[in-house]
Design a binder for this molecule. Structure first.
Ligand SMILES: Cc1cc2nc3c(=O)[nH]c(=O)nc-3n(C[C@H](O)[C@H](O)[C@H](O)COP(=O)(O)O)c2cc1C
Length: 381
């Protein structure tokens, strides 16, 4: 049971004797910038095009204000959630972020171990710097999901899913908004492609079906093979149906913004959705994810879980997304910056701050659990 007494985490952070670690997102981003090369930092920070959607993702949270309740005895706050038959202690997961070696040598190993410390699900990207099996080995039986980028050679997709299933991953997240890479002006300016540098090759390098499809298996051929596979504009609902048949794990579609796509997803038999615009990194000019959430929630009407990401920076953002009907949220850039600043310890600090901030925010809104948040009003102001 994850009901815990609300302690004064704010005071704990102030009297903490440990080395100072940035608490605010803005300071964390600035510290990470000092640790990374121009190309690496630009890759993580930036959005596509003129970054209209990147900016909107955060700004749109401000349109919703919490109308809190008081005098409700919020000394015990239960932040736990249930998803796909499992209970998790906190209402957030770590979003799939590829090529984490660009932030720290320990990459996904450090992040999955940090997530395991708090029982927060870690969602591993297809294009990660360590493989499905490497991550499973260091993080034991802590909760892990696998994010799938569809491969042109779909047998590679099915094989990666099988590997994830065998390694004990609990769910498959199929990302549907990245059939090709967005128009990333910052990366073009910096002439930076982490995929070409080999930061995202681990899962392919260890995949027998992928390797068998190549004529040569030297490093250049592997990287070219990844580039050939990752551009997959043919992806469609028939592929989703076929994927559903090929695994017993829950399938969650990541990158849904339109309510009609949410309806089609339910009709295709998927188990969950993530309302997301990929942190503003795909099509610039699309709606802020938080503005798309209410209509998707209305369409889904509780039939399957609806998760949310893009723009979550602090606990009050989590309260707003949950109140708008998300069953859980995913955190992206903040943990990557934590990794860049201080490796595994940095990710642990970011996760712990989110845990405390979320608890305080739920309690100060006047709620004692995630379900209880439905009794709190959000007003547009
Ligand atoms: C550097 C970086 C790499 C990412 N790589 C992936 C990926 O491999 N697969 C994926 O589905 N999403 C990827 N995403 C998107 C995240 O899963 C998530 O949707 C996004 O970061 C949420 O927005 P936020 O960072 O503003 O919280 C990436 C995001 C960033 C910042």
């Amino acid at each position: 049971m994850s009901t815990t007494k609300v302690k004064d985490a704010y005071i704990e952070n102030i009297v903490n004797e440990d080395d100072y670690f940035p608490v605010s997102f803005e300071e964390l981003e600035a510290e990470a910038q000092k640790k990374m090369s121009v190309g690496e930092y630009g890759y993580v920070r930036s959005g596509a095009g003129g970054e209209e959607t990147l900016r909107k993702n955060q700004e749109s949270f401000k349109k919703f204000s919490i109308l809190p309740r008081v005098l409700r005895n919020v000394s015990n706050v239960d932040t736990s959630i249930n998803l796909f038959g499992r209970t998790y202690p906190h209402p957030f997961l770590l979003a799939p972020v590829g090529m984490l070696k660009l932030a720290h040598e320990e990459a996904e190993l450090a992040v999955s171990k940090a997530a395991a410390t708090y029982n927060v699900p870690f969602v591993q990207s297809t294009v990660s710097s360590y493989s499905i099996e490497d991550v499973a080995e260091v993080s034991g039986d802590s909760p892990k999901w696998f994010q799938l980028y569809w491969s042109n050679n779909k047998e590679v997709s099915f094989h990666m899913v099988k590997r994830a299933e065998e390694a004990g991953y609990e769910a498959i997240v199929l990302t549907v908004d990245t059939v090709m890479l967005g128009w990333r002006e910052e990366d073009m300016k910096n002439r930076f492609s982490p995929l070409k540098l080999g930061f995202g090759k681990a899962n392919y390098e260890q995949d027998s079906v992928f390797l068998a499809s190549l004529e040569n298996t030297d490093q250049d051929s592997i990287i070219q093979g990844i580039l050939d596979n990752i551009f997959h504009p043919t992806l469609n609902w028939d592929d989703v149906a076929e994927l559903k048949e090929r695994t017993s794990l829950p399938i969650i579609l990541k990158g849904i913004l339109h309510p009609e796509d949410a309806r089609l997803a339910i009709l295709s038999g998927v188990d969950g959705l993530i309302v997301s615009n990929h942190g503003g990194r795909q099509l610039d000019g699309v709606v802020a994810a938080i503005d798309a959430l209410p209509q998707v929630v209305e369409e889904v009407n509780g039939e399957i879980p609806v998760l949310f990401d893009s723009g979550i920076r602090r606990g009050s953002d989590i309260v707003k997304a949950l109140r708008l009907g998300a069953d859980a949220v995913l955190i992206g850039r903040p943990f990557v910056y934590g990794l860049a600043v201080a490796g595994q310890t940095g990710v642990e600090k970011v996760i712990n701050n989110f845990i405390q901030d979320t608890k305080v925010s739920i309690a100060l809104a006047g709620a004692s659990s995630i379900q209880d948040l439905s009794t709190i009003k959000l007003v547009k102001s």
